[in-house]
Design a protein around this ligand. Structure first.
Ligand code: SRM
Ligand code: SF4
Length: 560
């Protein structure tokens, strides 16, 4: 009889099982000043602690210059003023004096050298902040709508997001021992050698797991791109009835590997608010138990949904929960994005939405956003909210301070009215070069200049004030969710991008590959004829992405 051998577990799987505390030899390396970097295996463990070892790719010709990227765990992107000031201060003292708002409502420090890592992490901990599970094969930062709502539904939704985030944090003792006590765990001690996380077990998940909450009609969290989603369903009186559960979304793909693809999540069923935590945990264990542990490119939950189907997932979930989900309730997403400028909250106080180009809070030339924000937060103590579009909201401000804050920002070159063109405000770029080890092309450093030229092109073809959602990534991993944008440029090689067209305003549709290779210098010439046709052929106020889906897709076969 011929039996097929079980597929071999990947190197990462064997690592996790061999060192389930995720301690590795991080503390020992940290304590050794002669070492300028962590070992390859420790790099894998570091991710679970929210840390990536990187090297400056601009300087590779002259050698490898290592530094660390550190990512916070900030559920819903909500920070008390004191916490914001800690992040700001640590970026100045230990990082490259910038803070990077991520596309999942967190902060990243870049450029932290090894000798600064320990002090930075300890200071975060002392301020009751954490980076645990911001990266790694675990549940990542939980997203939730950042726009302030003071009704009970909004508050309950944020509280649920926070509770889910807390419930999915791994319990390893290594985080505390390394970053707080500075002690290398004894890996041979039985309690460490045989440590098993109560939720994740010894091998954690096959891959990352992403959770988001959304409040229709706004889909500002890009809900369907997440592994697991909770769509709030309101009753007639505006109360929270419960959530529609979604599962199996994800963006990441690889060039030349047709087995990898972006996918929008399926709507699975409806649950009442009391079941949120148990449902999130049960869904995570479905990924834990069934995800592919032999091929990391095929290990996301989305591939299980794609191959086994939503009904299978629902049945697995119900079996673990011990009850049947209700059928999904009707809902409708209409738009995404942030509100900029001054807005009144329902409680009479104000919030201020600030556009942050590619999420980078910095001081540069006459634009001193970092200093300005520090002064505003110190003086007026707003709650700070990071948005999934890499922007920032200052919430709970008294109307009496509006003029003074506007003036203070203006003194630092930060405008409150007309912060950026409409197309720039709707854009996102991933970090890419010089820090991201996976970048094939520029993104954060290239998009601002490109948008300048695209704005010119839009004016030229008669679309001056047209909002078109444009996203750029340095590789196909999809870190700013390019596959739901109206126009996406996905890095293929230095100076070369794939061009995708046809996402929509509510982020409920994937775009399609329109051109496989566009040189950076030719992007405008490639877009010009398409935009010109759009102006002639659009129906009424039809958006660019919708026109692409209605017209372009029907006349042109999808590029393979
Ligand atoms: Fe991402 C890997 C940056 C959101 C899909 N991502 C990376 C790494 C860590 C590169 C690496 O593995 O060496 C990047 C670090 C760059 C740097 O120098 O800082 C990186 N990802 C980011 C951030 C900072 C992009 C940004 O400009 O804002 C985002 C951090 C979010 C956070 O706070 O947690 C970020 N990454 C995303 C998203 C969007 C989202 O989650 O909503 C995605 C697509 C959604 C998804 O997961 O499917 C995403 N990142 C990936 C992937 C592809 C995973 C896959 O399924 O194939 C990788 C590569 C990997 O994991 O192997 C990746
Ligand atoms: Fe790096 Fe690619 Fe993610 Fe951009 S999309 S940050 S290049 S992994």
């Amino acid at each position: 009889m011929i039996t097929s051998a079980a597929p071999q577990r990947s190197h990462n799987e064997r690592l996790k099982e061999a060192s389930p505390t995720l301690a590795g030899t991080i503390a020992a390396t940290l304590a050794d000043p002669a070492l300028d970097r962590f070992s390859d295996d420790d790099n894998q463990f570091l991710k679970f602690h929210g840390i990536y070892q990187q090297d400056d790719r601009d300087r590779r010709k002259t050698g490898k210059f290592y530094s660390l990227m550190i990512r916070g765990r900030i559920p819903g992107g909500i920070l008390a003023p004191a916490s914001y000031l800690v992040y700001d201060d640590l970026a100045t003292r230990h990082g490259n004096n910038t803070l990077r708002i991520t596309s999942r409502q967190s902060f990243q420090f870049h450029g932290v050298v090894k000798s600064h890592l320990g002090p930075l992490m300890k200071s975060l901990h002392e301020a009751l902040l954490t980076t645990i599970a911001a990266c790694g094969d675990v549940a990542r930062n939980v997203m939730a709508p950042p726009t302030p709502v003071t009704n009970s539904l909004g508050a309950q939704l944020l509280a649920d997001a926070q509770r889910v985030s807390d419930a999915l944090v791994p319990k390893t003792p290594a985080y505390h021992s390394i970053w707080v006590e500075g002690v290398q765990l004894d890996l041979e001690a039985p309690e460490n050698k045989h440590f098993a996380d109560p939720l994740y077990g010894q091998a954690y998940l096959p891959r990352k797991f992403k959770v988001a909450f959304a409040l229709p009609p706004l889909n500002d969290v890009d809900l369907f791109t997440n592994c697991l989603g909770f769509i709030a369903i309101a009753g007639d009186a505006g109360q929270l009835l419960g959530y529609n559960l979604t599962a199996g979304g994800g963006m990441g793909r690889s060039h030349g590997n047709g087995q990898t693809f972006p996918r929008l999540a399926d709507v699975i069923g409806f649950l009442t608010p009391g079941w949120v935590i148990e449902t999130a945990k049960a869904a995570l264990t479905v990924h834990r138990d069934f995800g592919d542990r032999s091929d990391r490119k095929h290990a996301r939950l989305k591939y299980l949904l794609a191959e086994k189907g939503g009904a299978w997932f629902r049945a697995e979930l119900e079996q673990r929960l011990g009850f049947k989900l209700e059928e999904p309730k009707p809902f409708k997403f209409e738009r995404q994005g942030d509100l900029f400028g001054w807005h009144r909250q329902q409680d009479g106080r104000l919030f201020l939405g600030l556009f942050v180009e590619a999420g980078r809070i910095k001081d540069q030339d006459g634009y001193r956003l970092k200093t300005a924000l520090r002064q505003v937060v110190e003086k007026f103590q707003p709650e700070v909210r990071l948005t999934p579009s890499q922007n920032l909201l200052l919430a709970n401000l008294g109307p009496e301070h509006q003029a003074e804050i506007t003036a203070l920002l203006a003194e630092h070159g930060v405008a409150v009215a007309q912060q950026a063109t409409v197309v720039r405000r709707a854009s996102m770029a991933c970090v890419a070069l010089p820090t991201c080890g996976l970048a094939l092309a520029e993104a954060e450093r290239f998009l601002p200049g490109l948008l300048e030229r695209i704005s010119g092109l839009l004016a030229e073809v008669g679309l001056k004030d047209e909002e078109i959602i444009i996203r750029m990534t340095g590789c196909p991993n999809g870190c700013v969710r390019p596959y739901t944008a109206e126009i996406a440029l996905v890095g293929k090689a230095p100076g070369r991008y794939q061009l995708y067209l046809g996402g929509n305003e509510s982020s409920t549709r994937l775009n399609r590959l329109w051109q496989d290779v566009v040189k950076d210098a030719e992007i405008l010439d490639t877009l010009r004829p398409v935009l010109t046709r759009f102006v002639i052929e659009r129906i009424g106020r039809e958006r660019f992405g919708d026109w692409c889906a209605r017209v372009l897709w029907t006349e042109t076969p999808a590029v393979k």
